[in-house]
Design a protein around this ligand. Structure first.
Ligand code: NAP
Length: 253
């Protein structure tokens, strides 16, 4: 039956940036769909653990700083040690550093590209190797952005990294579809999280953004839940290399 295709019972999901915002919401969604969840964050995921467990799920906290590739293997190993396997990787952790392009500092460029792009690739690679070893395929869901499609303002490194995520998602899908590994992405629109705190507190920018969103509101972590479960499930078996916008219609304008 169709709803059974969305059921993630017996699956193990890893979500980076699990302590807050969209990552937290996606942990809850995956747990509600039946998956065991390993949440990766550089600080406590206690709140997420509580939410997952309140939804009948099992949660493993993996403390790791994704400002380098150093913890990549450990994230996979801790997950497999605890849950025996890995089936779903959600590359959600990301940072944004705002500055005029003309003044943008090399160290800020490197920080953003490292976490949003380089670490994402090496997590994909580590998990794909595990999926191939397990022999049953697997899912990778990257988190892109409206700035995978548009230029943005004062966020050149973020735009570069999120545009790269869209391309990387396609590139990896091409190579790994033959192993039944589905690599896709979700491009959130303007969502009310820490990521947009600065924007939302700027009355003028906030007003301009809201005015342009057909749905007339900022998105929420709950808005990501359907897309992440879909892309993590058997229902998306023939979906490869695609980035789904969850944006209240922003890109349709
Ligand atoms: P957020 O609340 O800032 O969440 C970002 C997450 O990434 C946090 O858990 C953060 O941990 C984690 N993170 C950042 N650097 C890390 C590092 N070095 N090591 C480990 N974890 C790290 O914002 P969000 O909106 O939920 O963002 C989630 C994803 O959605 C990001 O990739 C973001 O770019 C993307 N996105 C957001 C929007 C939006 O409008 N909000 C739109 C498009 C795309 P800390 O809490 O410790 O910083």
């Amino acid at each position: 039956m169709i709803l059974d295709m969305f059921n993630l019972k017996g699956k193990v999901a890893v979500v980076t940036g699990a302590n807050t915002g969209l990552g937290q919401g996606m942990c809850v969604a995956l747990a509600q769909a039946g998956a065991k969840v390993a949440g990766v964050a550089r600080r406590s995921c206690a709140e997420t653990a509580k939410l997952v467990e309140a939804n009948g799920g099992e949660f493993l906290e993996v403390i790791a700083d994704l400002s380098s590739v150093e913890p990549v293997e450990r994230i996979l190993n801790e997950t497999v040690d605890k849950f025996g396997r890995a089936d779903i990787l959600v590359n959600n952790a990301g940072i944004i550093i705002r500055e005029d392009a003309i003044d943008y500092r090399e160290e800020d460029w490197d920080k953003v590209i490292m976490t949003n792009q380089k670490v994402v690739f090496f997590l994909c690679q580590a998990f794909a190797r595990q999926y191939i070893k397990q022999g049953e395929g697997g899912k990778i869901v990257n988190v892109a952005s409206m700035l995978s499609y548009q230029g943005g303002i004062r966020v050149p490194a973020y735009t570069a990294s999120k545009s790269a995520i869209l391309g990387l998602t396609r590139a990896l899908a091409n190579e790994w579809a033959k192993y039944n590994i589905n690599v896709n992405a979700i491009a959130p629109g303007y969502m009310a999280t820490n990521n947009t705190q600065q924007l939302r507190s700027d009355e003028q920018r906030s007003g301009e953004i809201l005015e342009r969103i057909p749905a007339s509101r900022w998105g929420t972590p709950e808005d990501m839940m359907g897309a992440v479960v879909f892309l993590s499930s058997a229902a998306a078996e023939y979906v490869n290399g695609f980035t789904i916008a969850v944006d209240g219609g922003w890109l349709a304008r």
